[in-house]
Each structure stands twice: as C-alpha cells, then as structure tokens.
Design a binder for this molecule. Structure first.
Ligand code: SF4
Length: 247
C-alpha cells in the first residue's frame, strides 16, 4: 500500500528528483563548452569575475539540475514573446536570414561574441509604431522580485550586465536603439524599455575586455573591487571559492 503521509512523500520527491537531476546534469555535461566570452558577461560589476569567465575558471555552483530548467523557462518565454510581438505588428527577425542561425556579432577575433534575441525591423500594426525602428530586441524572463525591481529602477540600474550586453550588441550591429522586454515569469506581465545606444558605454566595455585579455596573456590577476567577501556581490559570485581561497 502506498504511504501518503507527507514525510514519505518528501523522501519520495527527493529520490525521484535525484534521478531527474542526474539525467539533467549528464545532458548538460555533454553540451560543448563555450570557447568565447559572452557579451552579457563583460559589464559584470566585478572585473575580476569577468576575468574568471574569460579564463574558463571552475564555478562554485555550476548551472546544473533545476537551474537548467530555469534557463529552459527563459527560452520558452522568449519564444512566446516573439509570437506576441509579431502578433502586435512588429516584423521581428530572430534568425539571421543569411545564415539561418542566431544573429551574431564578434570582437577580438571571436574571443567575445554576442547573440541578440532579435531585430525589430518594421511595423505592420495599427496606428503608429510605438518606438522608432529599426531596433535591437532583448527579452528576459525574470522572477517576480527582479521583474518588479527592473520596472521600478530601469535596466541600467537594476541589471548593468544586460544593459552592457545591449550596448555592445547595438554597437556591433550599428543600431541606435534597442528594446528591452522583461517578462514576469510568475504572472507573465510584460515590461518594455527603450535603450538608446551610448557609443562611450560600448567603447568602455570593449576597452575593459581588452584589458582583461591583456592581463590573462600576462598571467596577472586583476584586483578585487571589494575589500572582503561578505558583501552581496561576492556572496552571489560563482567564483568566490577561487577568488577568496580559505587560508
Ligand atoms: S568573489 Fe567578489 S571580488 Fe571575487 S570575482 Fe567574485 S565578485 Fe569579484
């Protein structure tokens, strides 16, 4: 007879989830590792963290198990929003018609690459287009807490990494503006913000990447911007164990 009391159900969940996570992790381990620095990483508030990414350093908490499903949820939200944006009247390309693959921009002989979610080219909807076109399009699915924060504070203050990613991509594709769309993954509410291209922000990020590659070639570790590891940035960082080794 099946025991339906909650403690055995919790134990059963743990056992089934162990099998699910093991299968997810095996699948993730078969995926090829990126051999370039993603445009979304370069504007990380910590330059040393970007350097660890560029070096391919081992992460404290690799994206395994349920994290992979959070990524999959993000992809699903993006696909759903592509349909919704097209339904509204945008001519939105999510693939480069020349290659049939994602749009791609690259810098430093391919050591840095970026892939925008799409290009908003024309408007076929009712009345006037709500934004000037063409525009780069980036879409993120966010948990409620972060979605509310970005609505309140805007992209640049809330997610400097995504803001920097859009600056690099607008520079790479020679576009003067982009549209950032954030979807609340709990309620599916949508927030849209126009991001104007800032040549100086784009140049500063490319200069930062150049500095990091030079330091890597010289075998130098860039200084930490924080005095101790107790702050939020270091606590949330995937390289804390490497950066602050136990004495
Ligand atoms: S642990 Fe802190 S100082 Fe070190 S890389 Fe991460 S954020 Fe930067």
């Amino acid at each position: 007879m099946i025991d339906l009391n909650s403690s055995s159900a919790v134990a059963l969940s743990g056992r089934i989830n162990w099998h699910i996570d093991t299968a997810i992790d095996a699948d993730a381990a078969r995926q090829p590792r990126r051999n370039y620095l993603g445009a979304s990483v370069i504007a990380d508030p910590c330059e040393r963290a970007v350097q660890y990414y560029a070096l391919g350093a081992e992460q404290d908490r690799p994206a395994l198990g349920t994290k992979q499903d959070i990524f999959a949820r993000g992809h699903w939200i993006e696909e759903q929003m592509i349909k919704r944006m097209r339904g509204a009247g945008f001519i939105l390309l999510d693939r480069d018609p020349r290659t049939g693959e994602q749009f791609e921009a690259e810098w430093f002989d391919g050591k840095v690459k970026g892939h925008p979610d799409g290009m908003l080219l024309h408007w076929m909807g009712r009345e006037e287009c709500p934004i000037p076109l063409p525009a780069l399009w980036e879409c993120k699915g966010l948990g409620s807490k972060w979605w509310k924060k970005v609505v309140k504070e805007g992209l640049r203050a809330c997610f400097p990494r995504y803001y920097g990613q859009m600056q690099l991509l607008m520079g790479g594709f020679k576009l003067n503006r982009g549209l950032f769309t954030a979807v609340n993954a709990d309620t599916m509410e949508r927030y849209h913000q126009v991001i104007e291209f800032s040549p100086s922000a784009c140049e500063a990020l490319l200069a930062r990447a150049g500095r990091i590659f030079l330091a890597n070639d010289a075998g130098e570790l860039l200084p930490r911007p924080y005095f101790n590891s107790a702050g939020m940035e270091c606590s949330m960082c995937n390289y804390k164990a490497t950066c602050w080794p136990k004495q």
